[in-house]
Design a binder for this molecule. Structure first.
Ligand code: G6P
Length: 605
């Protein structure tokens, strides 16, 4: 989704800004642009193609300046055309970039039109640029502080003014913004990753903060307008994440990083302890009687998987809800429920809003399972479990999902232990299984050549059905999501027992049916469902545990997984589905890491 970069330096900052945009490309965008103060005038370049095109433009036009802002835009108000691309100018004096949505832009536009401002874009952003222009009395920092009070909605902005050649002012409310601290130069960005090449020192702004960056320092005021200190932290871990190495796409790299990501996420030490979730987790866990899990997309499916573990291992009632549904419905709050938000980014607008909604309803106990330690979600929850997937660039989530599953499994066993439902022997067995998981994953990754062979068949299809049962039903859902989001093949997942209640009507020779077949207690039932498909001529593509005795025959293609992996089996079974989606998308020639219309970090509603 939209990305911001800003910089003040004593050198030409355009290459830094464009490199920052390149590092933000993974979030998804459909236009981009950069503006600098050049000999006292704002000048800009914008493109509805890729950042590489913008780079070519700035080189050709020799765009240069020491103070500037840049942006990748994911269209909300107005089509992805050049006029709507940021930076947006006001009267060739103010240049501004914006992430988020301004809800009261129509009334502001009317007010500004009455003052004689002309609107040349369809964006909500243009009102902010004109508003700041109209309110400017010689101090940009002060002006932005006053202007943001008139904005309703979610935003992060960065703005420059031609009369203040060494200043960039930023503000955040609902969308992330970080300050990068350099030597005699300073930066702003929506994601620290954007600045990884320029600094490793970051200050993470709080909701309502307004910031001024200058050559020699940074000034911050909080939402009350009071001077605020934000801790400067060294975050060095971003460097390698944007390098592709020997892989064709980031998604492929990230699929193959899963053994390492899981190793880093598995807790150290020889026991499952509440401390893994925060200092007062033990007291919180003793006080709760149920869980309410809120998430979006792939993270929602990790929540659905966790429900099976939480109810079967810890015997704790668990409800899982899509964040955007929960936030707008009238629910019955249970103050004894632990609200768990699951998010790779920790910035997803719907999940954040759902968390705030739950808190406003009186849910005091909250936990984030998240991949970004500095994210809003981690800061706004009482407890947190950090997944250590490392930066995930591919829009389709892979290693974030499997590390979330590890975190949620640890949560289930920890709660079970605190409730006396897991003895020391069982605890040691779970720990042993977790520790062996990276090796087991490596043997699943070795199936790639067989999956490539299947993907060539799938690339010719327009529909696919995914079946799973029990703990593996959410895995079927995740497999279908992966396939549709990157290969654009329509895919649906069903719990196999539900087949006869509708989707069986779709099954013909043209319908590939992917089946997740672990050797669990539901295997015989699943085999009957497979027969229902075969009887209608459907082609089955089965990922079967080695000990299931499901064999390839006419219309049944089988890829053999390792022996059944017990409760942790979903973490193994999702991997071939990731690879199937990936290679099918490659065979269809789609833009795997940046699928059309999708964004990595969905920071608007
Ligand atoms: C977007 C991404 C998905 C992700 C979802 C939730 O839709 O494309 O891959 O699962 O957001 O993101 P989160 O960061 O909250 O896990």
């Amino acid at each position: 989704m939209c990305g911001i970069v800003g910089a003040v330096a004593q050198r030409n900052i355009v290459p830094v800004l464009v490199e920052g945009l390149r590092r933000l490309e993974y979030r998804g965008y459909d236009s981009c642009g950069v503006a600098v103060l050049s000999h006292g005038e704002p000048r800009r370049a914008r493109s509805v193609a890729r950042v590489s095109d913008l780079d070519a433009q700035v080189k050709e036009s020799s765009l240069a300046g020491m103070t500037g802002i840049a942006h990748t835009r994911w269209a909300t108000h107005g089509a992805p055309v050049t006029d709507n691309a940021h930076p947006i100018f006001s009267r060739d004096t103010v240049a501004l970039v914006h992430n988020g949505i301004i809800e009261n832009y129509e009334s502001l536009r009317t007010m500004l039109r009455d003052k004689g401002y002309e609107f040349v874009s369809q964006t909500d952003t243009e009102v902010i640029a004109h508003l700041i222009h109209s309110m400017y009395r010689g101090d940009l920092f002060q002006t932005v502080r006053e202007a943001v009070k008139l904005l309703h909605g979610a935003y992060a902005i960065a703005v420059i003014h031609k009369d203040q050649p060494h200043t960039v002012v930023g503000a955040r409310q609902g969308s992330p913004l970080v300050v990068g601290v350099g030597e005699g130069e300073n930066f702003l960005a929506s994601d620290a990753l954007a600045l990884a090449g320029s600094t490793d020192r970051f200050a993470f702004l709080e909701e309502g903060d307004v910031v001024e960056i200058a050559l020699d320092g940074v000034k911050i005021v909080d939402r009350q307008g009071l001077p605020a200190e934000r801790e400067v932290r060294v975050v060095a871990a971003y460097g390698g994440a944007v390098e592709l190495g020997p892989y064709r796409h980031f998604m492929q790299k990230e699929i193959f990083e899963q053994p390492r990501a899981i190793t880093d996420t598995i807790p150290q030490g020889d026991e499952f302890t509440a401390n893994l979730f925060g200092e007062n987790a033990k007291d919180v866990f003793a006080d709760i009687d149920s869980l309410l899990i809120l998430a979006c997309g792939t993270s929602y499916y990790s929540g659905l998987t966790a429900k099976y573990w939480l109810e079967s291992i810890a015997k704790i009632p668990t409800q899982v809800e899509i964040a955007s549904e929960y936030r707008y419905r009238e629910s019955v709050p249970n103050p004894k429920a632990l609200v768990v938000v699951i998010s790779q980014s920790g910035e997803t607008a719907d999940t954040l809003a759902a968390l705030k909604h739950a808190q406003s309803l009186g849910h005091a106990h909250t936990l984030a399972v998240c991949n970004v330690a500095t994210s809003a979600m981690v800061r706004q929850t009482e407890l947190a479990f950090l997944t250590h997937a490392g930066t995930e660039i591919g829009v389709a989530s892979t290693k974030a999902f499997t590390t979330q599953l590890v975190g949620l499994f640890v949560l289930a066993v920890t709660l079970a232990k605190l409730r006396g439902r897991v003895d020391a022997k069982q605890e040691a067995a779970y720990l042993g299984q977790l520790r062996h998981l990276p090796a087991a994953l490596n043997s699943v990754l070795a199936l790639e050549p067989q999956i490539i062979a299947w993907s060539e068949e799938f690339a010719r299809k327009e529909n696919a059905l995914f079946l799973g049962r029990g703990l593996h039903y959410p895995i079927a859902l995740e497999g279908a999501l992966k396939l549709k989001e990157i290969s654009y093949i329509h895919a649906e997942a069903y719990p196999a027992g539900e087949l006869k209640h509708g989707p069986l009507a779709l099954v013909t020779e043209a319908m590939p049916v992917v089946t997740v077949a672990p050797n669990d207690t539901l295997l015989e039932k699943l085999k009957s469902n497979m027969q229902e498909v075969r009887a209608r001529g459907g082609e089955l593509y089965v990922f079967a545990d080695a000990d299931t005795r499901i064999v390839s025959e006419d219309g049944i293609h089988v890829i053999r997984m390792p022996e059944h992996y017990g409760a942790l089996s979903p973490i193994l079974h999702v991997v071939p589905l990731q690879l199937l989606a990936y290679h099918t998308a490659c065979a269809r020639g789609t833009d795997v890491d940046k699928p059309r219309n999708l964004a990595k970090s969905v920071t608007v509603e």
